[in-house]
Design a protein around this ligand. Structure first.
Ligand code: ADP
Ligand code: MG
Ligand code: MG
Length: 251
């Protein structure tokens, strides 16, 4: 589904290399987790994949179902089925949440040559999905994320994901700032989307999210590279011993 090869990325503004040769393949139907100390480049990887400005790819490639995504505009990546749930969800004053969702869905449909969703079908779908995430009618009407609590913003990201049904979902620290109940809701939302045709990349600091979203593969990222890959037991090892053992082992 997603294939990243030898990806090197510099910051545009500063003379600084952040990603130093990332190799990663996420197969359809699988959940890959990325853990790693702060500043390792996890968010940078997700930003570069989603097409955010400010980065220069100096080497390597990233493809979604064989198509070069680095050449695409952000909206083309979204239309191709890539979705990023941000570590810090953006507030969009003046744009109602439902309007945003419907516009995003229709843009995606248009790019795929499909008809727009009818108002009635959209309402039915959004209400159904919102209900499972305990997002009420008021939150659906308010401007996107404006004045939402941390947990509400993260649930709203999952609502966007559930509506858009992407092929490849990247979640950047979706668990940070969530209380136990919100984390359960978010995890259930993610698990409901797990499907043989869909890949997930879950970036997290904590094993506790992976208690709810069981990963198939766990990667450890450090200093712009993936330095270790293993099964779910790797996350448990990190939880127990921190990164020191892994770092010295690799060094
Ligand atoms: P992580 O998500 O693993 O904590 P990030 O991708 O956020 O790591 O950051 C990786 C490194 O890049 C850090 O050292 C961070 O300070 C640096 N960095 C990222 N964005 C910028 C920026 N816009 N300006 C300066 N440094 C940045
Ligand atoms: Mg961080
Ligand atoms: Mg980060």
């Amino acid at each position: 589904m997603l294939e990243i090869k030898n990806l090197h990325v510099d910051l545009e503004e500063e003379d600084k290399t952040i990603l130093k040769g990332v190799n990663l393949t996420v197969e359809a139907g699988k959940v890959h987790a990325i853990m790693g100390p702060n500043g390792s480049g996890k968010s940078t990887l997700s930003y570069v994949l989603s097409g955010r400005d400010g980065y220069t790819v100096t080497e390597g490639s990233a493809t979604l179902e064989g198509e070069d995504i680095l050449e695409m505009e952000p909206e083309e990546r979204a239309a191709a089925g890539l979705f990023l749930a941000f570590q810090y969800p953006v507030e969009i004053p003046g744009v109602g949440n439902m309007t945003f969702l419907r516009t995003a869905m229709n843009a995606q449909r248009k790019a795929r040559g499909e008809d727009e969703i009818s108002a009635a079908d959209f309402l039915k779908l959004v209400r159904e999905k919102a209900k499972t995430l305990k997002i009420d009618a008021d939150m659906l009407k308010r401007p996107v994320n404006v004045g939402f609590s941390g947990g509400e913003k993260k649930r709203n990201e999952i609502l966007q994901m559930a509506m858009l049904e992407p092929k490849m979902c990247i979640l950047d620290e979706t668990d940070s700032g969530l209380d136990v109940d919100a984390m359960k809701l978010v995890s259930e939302g993610v698990n409901a989307l797990r499907d043989a045709g869909r890949g997930f990349l879950v970036i997290t600091h904590y094993q506790r999210l992976l208690d709810h979203i069981k990963p198939d593969v766990v990667h450890i990222m450090f200093d712009g590279r993936i330095i270790k890959t293993g099964g779910p037991e790797l996350a448990l090892e990190v939880e127990k011993n921190g990164y020191a053992d892994i770092l010295s082992e690799v060094a």
